[in-house]
Design a binder for this molecule. Structure first.
Ligand code: SF4
Ligand code: SF4
Length: 102
């Protein structure tokens, strides 16, 4: 299932001038936001971005920026993939809080 998000609000930015075309962002993005355009990554579904930060964190060229902190999105991913106890972000939210509210 691909989540959708509010339109035109994501802070996701990609600087293709820094991109090496390694494809890491395509691998880590749970929302298929990126695609390869020739030898460079391109944003193809910006509004699907959940601002989880995985792409920016794993880009070896610092070509991607996104304002992390959408705790509910992270909690949904943790819950969906049963990743409790694993954290890839710097701004962890409380999964217990998410569960109480849902
Ligand atoms: S991870 Fe960074 S360098 Fe690699 S393809 Fe994506 S934007 Fe380009
Ligand atoms: S922040 Fe997360 S959802 Fe958004 S493009 Fe990056 S990896 Fe995909």
């Amino acid at each position: 299932m691909k989540f959708t998000y509010l339109k035109n609000v994501t802070t996701l930015q990609l600087n293709q001038n820094k991109c090496s075309g390694c494809g890491m962002c395509l691998e880590v993005c749970p929302q298929q936001v990126f695609s390869m355009n020739g030898n460079l990554s391109a944003i193809v579904d910006r509004d699907a971005c959940l601002e989880c930060g995985a792409c920016a964190k794993n880009c070896p060229r610092q070509a991607i920026s996104v304002r992390q902190g959408v705790g509910c999105a992270y909690a949904v991913l943790v819950d969906k993939f049963n990743l409790k106890g694993q954290c890839c972000g710097d701004t962890c939210c409380s999964l217990e809080d998410y569960r109480k509210e849902s």
